[in-house]
Design a protein around this ligand. Structure first.
Ligand code: PLP
Length: 457
């Protein structure tokens, strides 16, 4: 027998799988729901019990081109038949790998030079941190190593990336953050602005605080700043007006590198190809994952800017080979999948679709949620959006955490056939659907979300 019935799958899973971000006791003892996902097409997934859900989160902000694209499956299969794997150490390459590197350097924002491959956003951020340290060692600046990350930033859950993540939920009981990671304020006007402070004034204050932090630590000790162009897991929050220009001015003044974490925003989600394009960001290092393969196969990359790479190459005769890499760096199946996905991204103008459908999404969310008695803020850009629920919108007060308002609304949506995410910080319903979702599906999604909210209100 080579297939299990649904109850057998659930029993085996409860007995033997350690799931990420899952209540262990609840899962093992069946008091929390176990969903067996079986098939998916477009923007919808179907479970083992035959229930269908609109996937308002594209998996985890990643299935940008939608589920079930046979063109990608065929590209992976063709590559598997020809050559499933060879490593990329010591200059070994494949046609697919070279092709992908060339197109990524050409399409990336700023002056980029080389692409280093990994398998997850977390490991690509580890790579970028190591490149910052390596670069400053090679420049003879061994003290310039601290990395500044933001409150509520999310950069992954491995040791360095988890330390850069600024959400305590990911640190508690895990001995994170590690030393050498500094924190600066989150650019969220709704919660952070002082009375009467405009977005521009608030952005300038955040930039001043960054400047003061660097001066207080000593610019000779600060190597890099990392940020998501649009804050993702920390609450899906677009930057306030003027934020990125002001931040970049401070970084340039102190010779601090900028790492743009484009794991969510890369490949169209904001309505531009990269978040950096959207906000005029000129990064030194870029982190990409998720959308690069639309999650058909794991793949991530660090894109290294020209000024950083030049130092690395110039020193290499002296220091030897770049001593960093993984067995699966540039995995042959993953780069083949990425090329097939990027063919679709370019041919179907996925960023353009995200811009058009995203404008509809934002408008529809405002129409459905603005002014509801528990809605504090409706925000977003392109195909990422959030509704922030508050106890009192006039006084801007939060619900008590034990009321679990965000989680209850997400559950009510799920009961109605829609997957949205209760974000880990505050009471926030997050949307990040496939970029190919139609306007009609957006209407359906928002109607269900509004119904779920009224049910809990
Ligand atoms: N960076 C950002 C901005 C992310 O949103 C994520 C994941 O959601 C990561 C990094 C980590 O990626 P992964 O889960 O693939 O390690």
């Amino acid at each position: 027998r080579n297939s299990l019935d649904l109850d057998e799958v659930i029993a085996l899973d409860r007995a033997a799988t350690l799931h990420p971000f899952t209540s262990l006791h609840g899962h093992a003892h069946g008091t929390a729901e176990t969903t067996v996902v079986e098939t998916a097409k477009g923007s919808r997934i179907r479970d083992g019990a035959g229930r269908e859900f609109i996937d308002g989160f594209a998996g985890l902000y990643c299935v940008n081109i939608g589920y079930g694209r046979t063109e990608v499956a065929e590209a992976i299969s063709a590559q598997a038949h020809k050559l499933a794997y060879y490593h990329s150490y010591a200059g070994h390459t494949t046609e697919q790998l070279a092709r992908l590197s060339g197109r990524l350097v050409a399409m990336a924002p700023g002056k980029m030079s080389k692409v280093f491959y990994g398998l997850s956003g977390s490991d690509a951020n580890e790579t970028n941190a190591k490149i910052v340290w390596y670069y400053n060692n090679l420049r003879g600046l061994p003290a310039k190593k601290k990395i500044i990350a933001r409150e509520r930033g999310y950069h992954g859950s491995s040791v360095v990336s988890g330390s850069m993540t600024g959400l305590s939920f990911y640190h508690d009981h895990m001995d994170l953050p590690r030393p050498g990671i500094l924190r600066t304020g989150v650019p969220h006007h709704y919660w952070g602005a002082e009375a009467g402070e405009s977005e521009e004034q608030f952005s300038l204050r955040r930039a001043r605080e960054l400047d003061e932090l660097i001066l207080c630590e000593g610019p000779e000790t600060v190597g890099a700043f990392i940020g998501e162009p649009v804050l993702g897991t920390g609450g899906i929050t677009p930057p306030p007006m003027g934020y990125w220009p002001a931040i970049q001015e401070v970084l340039r003044k102190h010779d601090v590198l900028l790492i743009a974490d484009e794991v969510i925003t890369g490949f169209g989600r904001t309505g531009a190809m990269f978040g950096c394009d959207m906000y005029g960001i000129e990064p030194d290092l870029i982190t990409i994952a998720k959308g690069i393969t639309s999650a058909y196969v794991p793949l991530s990359a660090s894109i290294v800017g020209a000024r950083v790479y030049e130092v690395m190459e110039n020193a290499s005769e002296k220091v030897g080979a770049f001593a960093h890499g993984y067995t699966y760096s540039g995995h042959t199946l993953a780069v083949a999948a990425a090329n097939a996905v990027l063919d679709i991204v370019e041919r179907e103008d996925i960023p353009g679709q995200a811009k058009t459908t995203g404008a509809h999404l934002q408008k529809t969310l405002h129409r459905a949620f603005d002014g509801l008695p528990i809605v504090g803020e409706v925000r977003g850009v392109g195909m990422m959006a959030a509704i922030e629920f508050v106890a009192d919108p006039a006084a801007r007060t939060r619900f008590a955490p034990e009321l679990k308002v965000g989680a209850r609304i997400a559950q009510a949506a799920r009961d109605r056939g829609l997957i949205v995410r209760a974000m880990p910080h505050g009471d926030i319903m997050g949307f990040s659907p496939p970029l190919v979702m139609s306007s009609q599906e957006v209407d359906e999604m928002v109607a269900i979300a509004a119904d779920a909210t009224r049910h809990v209100m």
